[in-house]
Design a protein around this ligand. Sequence first.
Ligand code: CTP
Length: 423
Amino acid sequence: MKKYLEKLPKEIQDLIHLASDIAAKNKMPAYLVGGFVRDLILGAKNLDLDIVVEGDGIRFAEHFAASLGVKLIRHRRFGTATIVIKSNLKIDIASARKEFYPQPACLPEVAKGRLKDDLSRRDFTINAMAISITPRDFGRFIDSFGGKGDLRNKRIRILHDLSFIDDPTRILRAIRFEKRYNFRIDSDTLGFLKKAVKLKILESVQPQRLRDELILILKEERPIKQIRRIHQLLGFNFIALELSVSKRTYKLLRAIEKQIKWFRQEYPQRRPLDTWLIYFMGLIENLAINHVQAICKRFVFRKGEEKRILAHKKIGSKLIHRLSRAKVNPSIIFSLLEPLSYEIIILIKAKSENRNIQRRIKDFFEIYNGMRPYISGDDLSGLGIAPGPYYQKIFSEVLNAKLNGRIRTKQEELALIKKLVRT
Ligand code: CTP
């Protein structure tokens, strides 16, 4: 595997060599594992280094972080640690472990183990390969379950018959990897997956774990493929019994995909979208608000996420109605859209084919978004106006005049203020 490693960016190779030195000094055999090895062989970009050590993973990670002069996050319960080098480059370090599932679908009990144990507890053969980075056998490839052959044959295959029963979230993971890489779930694996679905095994999984897997799916580059496969294999009861996904839903999801592409192309400098949230809102579009509230509660979304989901549900239709009128002043467009998150605005653009709405949202992003008056509080007190709630009124009058194109320069703003104060 040395030749694969040599093709990696220098920064990653340096990190691997540092890990190798630490392994030697501390007599802890270390291995690259999981998704990193899979993507290395596939030639897909992956900057999440996954390292397993035979020994104390947290101590290994402490040495690693100290050598780099960066912080680490410890997860003592699992004997793992994460080192974040920069926003898109992180290293997960774990002690090799065995897992026992005392009950199906629950989190496993964990005990120290060897690499082989650690690989045997994993989801699919393509995620259960390892490369030694210990200096004495640096680059040795460990593939006890035929992962490389499955990569070649584009196959998603579990390691043992009870895999989906032990961890039903793997049903969603199988679909995610299958569609991401354009693979096929192997026929035996598909049989076990269907059996697990029949047993309604997903119902026994903690909702937050389902939420996390669903978010990962919706974060994929083009998640509609995955959503279709979920539809075909298990349906959406795991989100809500009332949820029905129809042709109209897919039409909306496709429109969402198009609008996300548009936004990224037109405004690459703006903050990145939480695209998963837009797809999620699209997916549950047909549900009544009380059912959406129930999902938010069960899935325990973060406050900001729940707020956006519910805000759209409450005001979305009214907003579309107001934005589609024949004549709408820019100041009204601003007052309607400025308080909303980009995710809701993109969803509204996807939902409505109305040309007025399309143009107004484009104008909003291009011209009005973030617009403020030039004048400040200091200018107002300079004009002898005593601070108070009146300031807010003046600011909004000035901003509206500016949005509607009645004034442009700071001089004109000041002139308007003088006029306002006089009346
Ligand atoms: N894993 C598993 N069962 C799960 C979750 C994870 O066996 N339910 C194992 C797999 O070996 C996986 C590794 O843990 O490769 C890391 O998990 P994760 O980071 O979720 O997945 P990646 O394979 O790295 O995939 P991605 O490219 O989506 O990050």
